[in-house]
Design a binder for this molecule. Structure first.
Ligand code: GYE
Length: 321
């Protein structure tokens, strides 16, 4: 081998080491995920935030977590700041369905993939996000409706329902109402006599139930609450009005958080439809796939059940949220 060739080979070796360094450093660079959470309005949301934070830690993903205090404008600000920080992936749970196109277009222009978790958006252009992972809220409403249909089978007379809706304009409020109405149509005796938002919180659920009780009193046979927290607040209002939850007013809700199991065990809540907040692990695995250039399914649906008072005590120890 000539001296010249040997020098050339040595130079090549050094060069390849030099290029190998930044490459391996790059491979070790932590993935950065920007996550805009809705707020802390319910037990469900607390469990959801916890799931995302611990899954990010387990997956070795750097999480920039921002709490919007239930305000869309705060979520838009957070997403813009994630774009400015050039995070690898943006994920968020949209507080309401509408009004996201502009900011989503900005993320798309910056080539940052967006994952929707828990709630969806109503954008016509579905290329503005890569996937939506979360529950089928319409089906949850149907499950609640089917349970009620079954409960009133063989009875007579009107079944007057009051409904506590979730946050106005949010996907779960819209769809849980739609699914429930779709099913109860089959039984014209079931009538929704009052329906108002309780914003998914205990305090609001209690306040609105007090107003329902003042206006309708003993005419109310059933309460359908779009989440457990509002149902738990309303149960308090029912008791304070001198009535017995479950006995005087059947109580149906959604989420299946621990608080609902406690209320069922105490005989105050009849049934809760499950909606799992434990979306963290599947979010992190989607984030990793996206960063690796893989495609992820456009829709990832959470599987869930329904729990009644009769099974509450047996199921309670198994509950993870
Ligand atoms: O049911 C409610 C929470 O979006 C599914 O938001 C979620 C809902 C959940 O505040 O408790």
């Amino acid at each position: 081998m000539t001296l010249q060739r040997r020098t050339w080979l040595a130079a090549l070796a050094i060069a390849s080491v030099a290029t190998a360094w930044p490459l391996s450093a790059m491979a070790q660079k932590k993935i950065v995920l920007g996550f805009s959470q809705i707020g802390a309005e319910s037990e469900w949301r607390t469990a959801n935030s916890e799931s995302i934070k611990s899954a990010a830690k387990d997956a070795g993903i750097e999480l920039k977590f921002s709490d919007a205090q239930q305000k869309q404008e705060n979520q838009i600000k957070a997403i813009r700041s994630f774009i400015a920080q050039k995070v690898d992936v943006i994920a968020f749970s949209p507080v309401v369905e509408s009004g996201w196109d502009t900011v989503l277009r900005e993320a798309k222009a910056a080539k940052i993939p967006v994952v929707l978790t828990d709630r969806s958006v109503d954008s016509k252009d579905t290329s503005l996000y890569v996937t939506f992972m979360g529950s089928d809220f319409t089906e949850e409403g149907r499950k609640a409706g089917r349970w009620l249909l079954d409960k009133v089978k063989g009875t007579q007379g009107d079944v007057n329902v009051v409904e506590l809706q979730g946050t106005v304009g949010s996907a779960p409020a819209i769809d849980r109402k739609k699914g429930f109405e779709e099913v109860i149509k089959a039984e014209p005796r079931i009538k929704i006599i009052r329906s108002q938002t309780g914003d998914f919180t205990r305090a609001k659920g209690k306040e609105v139930m007090e107003a329902f009780l003042k206006a309708e009193g003993r005419k109310i046979n059933v309460l359908y609450a779009h989440n457990d927290d509002m149902a738990i607040g309303a149960i308090q209002a029912i008791e304070e009005a001198g009535l017995k939850p479950s006995k005087d007013i059947t109580v149906i809700s959604v989420d299946a958080v621990k608080g609902a199991f406690e209320a069922m065990i105490a005989g105050k809540l009849d049934v809760t439809v499950e909606c799992s907040p434990l979306l963290g692990p599947q979010l992190m695995s989607a984030v990793k796939s996206l960063v690796a250039g893989k495609t992820v399914p456009k829709r990832i649906v959470t599987e869930e059940g329904i729990f009644t008072m009769e099974v509450a005590a047996k199921e309670f120890p198994k509950r993870k949220y």
